[in-house]
Design a binder for this molecule. Sequence first.
Ligand code: 6MZ
Length: 363
Amino acid sequence: MEMEGWVSMPKVELHAHLNGSVRDSTLLELARVLGEKGVIVFSDVEHVILKNERSLTEVFRLFDLIHILTTDHKIITRITKEVIEDFASENVVYLELRTTPKKNDSIGMSKRSYLEAVLEGIKAVNTVDVAFRPHNADVSNVKRSSLINDTCNGSTRKKIYVRLLLSIDRRETTEAAMETVKLALEMRDLGVVGIDLSGNPIVGEWMTFFPALKFAREQGLYITLHCGEVPNPKEIQAMLDLLPQRIGHACCFEEEEWKRLKSLNIPVEICLTSNIRTNSVRSIEVHHFADLYNSKHPLVICTDDSGVFSTSVSKEYNLAASAFGLGRREIFQLARNAIEYIFADDEVKRELKEIFNSAELDQ
Ligand code: 6MZ
């Protein structure tokens, strides 16, 4: 099937890191500006941004560079707006965007002000209507709709639901992780629905994050964890013990861990291109997608870092279809199944089902 066919299909994206989803053109523009200011040497970073094959270690080095380019309130607002517009333009109808709130005293940035800059970015989206506040948030409908862009020009406007997950970086301390969870709790009415644990999987200890994750779970925030990106049986067990509502990747699982995951029925966010590029999975032929799909385990196809891995949800669907011999109907069904695993209320699920039902007629 042509790419256009995947683009026109409604899609749900549940695993996208904000700073991993920035357009190359934006990164290059930001690098040029910092180059002119003498903060970086543009020619040194240009090829790093444009390089395609990257090991897991190189990916995290790239994130350190991206963070130098983007960690400024105005730029965070800009990239949030662009990332949402990019997903909406390929017909993502529900997006859970995750990002690590960052503190940088030298520019007066706190985790809270970082998140506020993200929220500004959501409000600045203008190519599509954005619904980002939960239905049960304590605001009147009028106030809520005024927060949604409704510069309707007569034709039916596209709409995208956006929810935020706050990430804890594995480099952080217990206190910093706890601060992120508290911020998420305060910002619940503004569309923050859960907590993610991410960052370089060879860094940090589970016991450092555990208190914050446990607290988040007790407070009713949804939890998704990067789990088994590298072999680490003890940590995988501890993660499954927490009963997260979803996990990401699950690349380096052993037989026992598969059994446990399957019996717990925890949905898995599958990021094919990312897993292959970072070598977490040797090749697409041996990717665990096939086994999970065949055993009807809940899963959702996601991008991880559409910027860093030069991909899109449509490209990932296309890859899954060609690598595993799935047809349009099967991929459509996969996309629709993802509605069950989203971190949003039943009203959103109902509306998404309607969108998929009406799109099904065109399939
Ligand atoms: C683990 C990843 C990741 O939060 O600054 N991140 N963590 N595994 C991955 N697989 C490739 N890809 C991205 O977005 C960038 C951050 O997301 C996490 C890393 O912590 C990275 O620094 P934010 O918006």
